[in-house]
Design a binder for this molecule. Structure first.
Ligand SMILES: Nc1ncnc2c1ncn2[C@@H]1O[C@H](COP(=O)(O)OP(=O)(O)OP(=O)(O)O)[C@@H](O)[C@H]1O
Ligand SMILES: [Mg+2]
Length: 442
C-alpha cells in the first residue's frame, strides 16, 4: 500500500547519468570507432573540395544502425573545419532526412531555408516548384564555391523529386537553364535500402554512384567498444557489472550488427535494475532486456508500421506456420486471416487483397515465401514463413490491439508445434457461438 502523503517518484536516478545518448541519434559521439577504412574513403572522395577542385558525388549505403549518418556528420565537421582554415569557400547542407519531406516542393523549400537566415525563410507554400528551385540555385550560386548537399535516407526521397535532385541538381552548373556558373554542387546520398539503388535509372545511378562507400554490420568486438563508450557516458560510475556490455554486444552482433539495438538493450537493462531498486545492472537484467527487445520491435510493427489489415495478415501467417497438420499456404493464411478479422469486427478483405498484403510484408522483410513444386500433379504453390520467432510475434500480438483476436489456445498450439503434435485452434476467450463457429475449420 502507498500512503497518500508519500510520493513514489524518486528525486535522483541511481542508475543513469545521461539517458539521451542511448535513446536519440541526436547525440553526436566525439569518437568514431572501427570505421577507419570508411572514413578514409570518405576523406579521399571529399579531399578535392578542400583544395578547391570540383566535388565528387558520394553514395553511402549499408544496413540500419551501422554508423552511416554518424560518420557522415563527423566527416562533414572535419571538412568544414579544414575549409575554414584554408579559407576555401564551401557550404555544406545536411544531412537532410528525406523522410521528413513529402514532395519535391517541400524538399527544395527546406533546402532553401537551410541557406537562409531566420528572417528570410520561405513560407511553406505560395510559390511554384520551379520558382523555389530558382531560389535554391540563387542561394547556391551566392556561395561562389563548392556546395555539398547531404541527403539522408535518400530511399525516402519524394518520387517527384528523384530526377530533379539525383540527376539535374548535380549537373546544374553545366545547364543553361540555371543561373549557376561559379558554384559546383556535390551530392552525398545515404541509404539503407539496397533495392533503391537497383531500381534507379542508369543515368541517375551513375551520377550518385561516382564514389560508393559501403558500411557493413559490426561484429561483437566492435560493438563492445562502441557500446562501452556509450555506457560510460550514460551510466553512473560503477553501476554496470562487467558482463553487461559484452552481452549486449554479443546479442546485437548476432542479430544485425546494429548499434542502435545494442543501445536499446543497455537502456532497458538499466531500467530493469532501476525498477527493482537494485544499485547495479547485472547480467540477468541484460538477458531479460535482450528477451523483450525482440517483442518490443515487433510490437512497433503492430502499432506503427503496419496497417491493421497488414497486421492481421502477418498474424494469420504466424498462426498458419505454427498450426499442426497444415502448411502455411496462401489459402490457409486467408482462412485464418478471415477468422482473425471477424473475431475483432474488422472488415474482411478479398483474397486478392490479402495476397497483396503478403507481398508488402515480404518487402518489409517480415515474411518470406518459397515456391513448392507439386511434382507429378504439376503446378506450384507458395509456402510462407515468418522471419522472426513465432513466439516473439505472438507475445507482441498479445500486447497489441489485436490481442482479442488471438485463439485462446495459441500457446498450446505453439507448444505442440514445437513438439510436433497435432491440435486445432479454439475460438478467442469470451467468444459467442457465431464467433466459435469462425474457428471451426473443416
Ligand atoms: N563507429 C561508431 N562509433 C560511435 N558511435 C557509433 C558508431 N556507429 C554508430 N554509432 C552510433 O550508433 C547510432 C546509430 O548510428 P547511425 O545513426 O549512424 O546509423 P545509420 O547507419 O545511419 O542507420 P540508419 O540507416 O538506420 O539511418 C548513433 O547513435 C551513432 O552515433
Ligand atoms: Mg542514418
Amino acid at each position: 500500500m502507498v500512503e497518500t502523503d508519500e510520493n513514489p517518484f524518486e528525486a535522483e536516478d541511481p542508475i543513469f547519468e545521461l539517458k539521451q545518448p542511448l535513446k536519440k541519434d541526436t547525440f553526436d559521439p566525439d569518437t568514431i570507432f572501427h570505421r577507419d577504412d570508411e572514413i578514409g574513403l570518405y576523406i579521399n572522395a571529399l579531399q578535392d573540395v578542400v583544395v578547391g577542385h570540383d566535388p565528387n558525388n558520394v553514395f553511402v549505403y549499408g544496413p540500419t544502425g551501422v554508423g552511416k549518418t554518424a560518420v557522415t556528420k563527423w566527416v562533414r565537421d572535419k571538412l568544414l573545419e579544414k575549409a575554414a582554415e584554408e579559407a576555401v569557400p564551401l557550404e555544406v547542407i545536411g544531412p537532410i532526412n528525406c523522410r521528413n519531406y513529402k514532395s519535391a516542393y517541400r524538399l527544395v523549400n527546406g533546402l532553401v531555408n537551410e541557406f537562409r537566415e531566420p528572417e528570410d525563410k520561405l513560407p511553406k507554400s505560395g510559390y511554384s516548384t520551379d520558382t523555389v528551385f530558382d531560389f535554391l540555385y540563387q542561394e547556391i550560386e551566392a556561395v561562389g564555391g563548392n556546395v555539398l548537399i547531404i541527403l539522408d535516407e535518400i530511399d525516402n526521397i519524394p518520387p517527384d523529386a528523384r530526377n530533379d535532385f539525383l540527376y539535374e541538381l548535380p549537373r546544374a552548373e553545366a545547364s543553361e537553364n540555371t543561373p549557376i556558373e561559379e558554384a559546383k554542387i556535390g551530392l552525398i546520398g545515404i541509404s539503407n535500402d539496397l533495392k533503391f539503388v537497383d531500381a534507379l535509372e542508369p543515368k541517375v545511378k551513375s551520377t550518385l554512384g561516382e564514389r560508393e562507400i559501403k558500411f557493413g554490420p559490426y561484429d561483437a568486438n566492435e560493438l563492445r567498444d562502441i557500446l562501452g563508450y556509450y555506457a560510460d557516458i550514460a551510466f553512473k560510475d560503477d553501476v554496470l557489472t562487467d558482463d553487461v556490455v559484452p552481452l549486449a554486444a554479443a546479442f546485437s552482433a548476432q542479430e544485425r550488427g546494429d548499434v542502435r539495438q545494442g543501445l536499446k538493450i543497455l537502456e532497458k537493462a538499466g531500467e530493469y535494475a532501476r525498477m527493482e531498486g537494485s544499485g547495479r545492472v547485472t547480467e540477468e537484467h541484460t538477458r531479460r532486456a535482450t528477451e523483450t527487445i525482440e517483442t518490443d520491435e515487433i510490437l512497433n510493427y503492430f502499432s506503427q508500421d503496419l496497417s491493421s489489415q497488414q497486421s492481421l495478415t502477418y498474424l494469420a501467417t504466424t498462426l498458419a506456420i505454427i498450426e499442426p497438420d497444415h502448411d502455411a499456404r496462401t489459402k490457409r493464411i486467408y482462412t485464418l486471416y478471415s477468422s482473425l478479422a471477424e473475431s475483432i469486427g474488422r472488415r474482411v478483405k478479398s483474397e486478392r487483397k490479402v495476397y497483396e498484403f503478403l507481398d508488402q510484408l515480404s518487402m518489409q522483410g517480415l515474411v518470406r515465401s518459397s515456391e513448392q513444386n507439386l511434382g507429378r500433379k504439376g503446378g506450384r504453390r507458395y509456402i510462407y514463413n515468418v522471419t522472426d520467432d513465432p513466439a516473439d510475434i505472438i507475445n507482441a500480438a498479445q500486447k497489441s490491439d489485436y490481442s482479442d483476436a488471438l485463439p485462446s489456445n495459441v500457446w498450446e498450439i505453439l507448444q505442440h508445434h514445437k513438439e510436433g503434435e497435432a491440435t486445432s485452434y479454439e475460438a478467442p476467450h469470451g467468444s459467442d457461438e457465431t464467433q466459435q463457429n469462425l474457428w471451426r475449420f473443416t
